[in-house]
Design a protein around this ligand. Structure first.
Ligand SMILES: *[C@@H]1O[C@H](CO)[C@@H](O)[C@H](O)[C@H]1NC(C)=O
Ligand SMILES: *[C@@H]1O[C@H](CO)[C@@H](O)[C@H](O)[C@H]1NC(C)=O
Ligand SMILES: *[C@@H]1O[C@H](CO)[C@@H](O)[C@H](O)[C@H]1NC(C)=O
Length: 203
């Protein structure tokens, strides 16, 4: 039993020291820059870029954002929408991504306002994600992705084209206000965290 606990602790420490295989840390919501000790790669040379499904939106409408690549795979991603009136905060909601490689994240106090990777495995583009524009929104938006290709090769805040506020109104209800906006961590992760805490207490 003790051996098992140490095994979990070892994994935990290995996780801490090998960048962020579990996703971008909360503290990087604003600057979107991984603390990898090397400078960000030049955006002009990025093999990754973003495509948006529309040039305008109404409140509550969905926009499909696709991470495209000229061939390269990537390991990490941090994706947010930023309004022209609040360029430092993640805005709107992301739907739960398909598959298990990516997950929702809370930034700027807004639940599910960012997406990040959930493991350190190689991921292929195109990867498609669905964003829902906030209610009562009047500003224009751009999407920004930080993509980690390899540990020392990452591109910070790759911008999409601008998505402007269309003319008109739309009835809009924030996701989660009517039930299923909240995603719980998987049981395995909950157990894992509980065990890590137990080990910390035993020491
Ligand atoms: C980019 O998005 C537009 C609008 O949805 C779509 O027509 C186009 O095929 C997309 N391009 C790529 C390369 O996915
Ligand atoms: C997620 O998967 C479903 C079922 O295959 C598909 O219809 C949907 O378009 C996918 N969503 C995205 C964002 O690709
Ligand atoms: C949108 O604005 C209306 C009227 O000001 C307000 O009642 C409603 O709560 C707002 N909705 C959101 C999601 O902020």
């Amino acid at each position: 039993m003790v051996a098992m606990l140490y095994w979990f602790l070892w994994i935990y420490l290995a996780t801490l020291t090998s960048a962020y295989p579990g996703g971008a840390p909360d503290g990087s919501c604003g600057h979107m820059t991984p603390a990898h000790g090397s400078p960000a790669s030049n955006l002009d040379q990025s093999p990754f870029y973003l495509n948006v499904s529309a040039t305008s939106y109404l409140p509550g409408e969905k926009i499909i954002v696709t991470v495209l690549s000229s061939g390269a795979n990537f390991k990490g991603m941090f994706l947010q929408a930023r309004g022209e009136d609040s360029p430092n905060n993640a805005i709107g909601w992301w739907e739960k991504p398909n598959g298990t490689s990516f997950k929702q994240m809370e930034c700027a106090g807004n639940k599910n306002s960012a997406l990040t990777h959930s493991d350190g495995m190689s991921k292929a583009a195109p990867s498609r994600f669905v964003w829902i524009a906030p209610c009562n929104s009047t500003t224009d938006y751009r999407f920004y992705a930080t993509i980690v290709q390899e540990y020392a090769t990452f591109y910070v805040k790759i911008p999409s084209d601008t998505v402007v506020r269309g003319n008109g109104e739309k009835v809009c209800k924030p996701p989660g206000s009517g039930g299923t906006g909240v995603s719980l961590p998987p049981l395995s992760m909950t157990l894992f965290v509980a065990i890590v805490h137990a080990v910390a207490l035993l020491r």
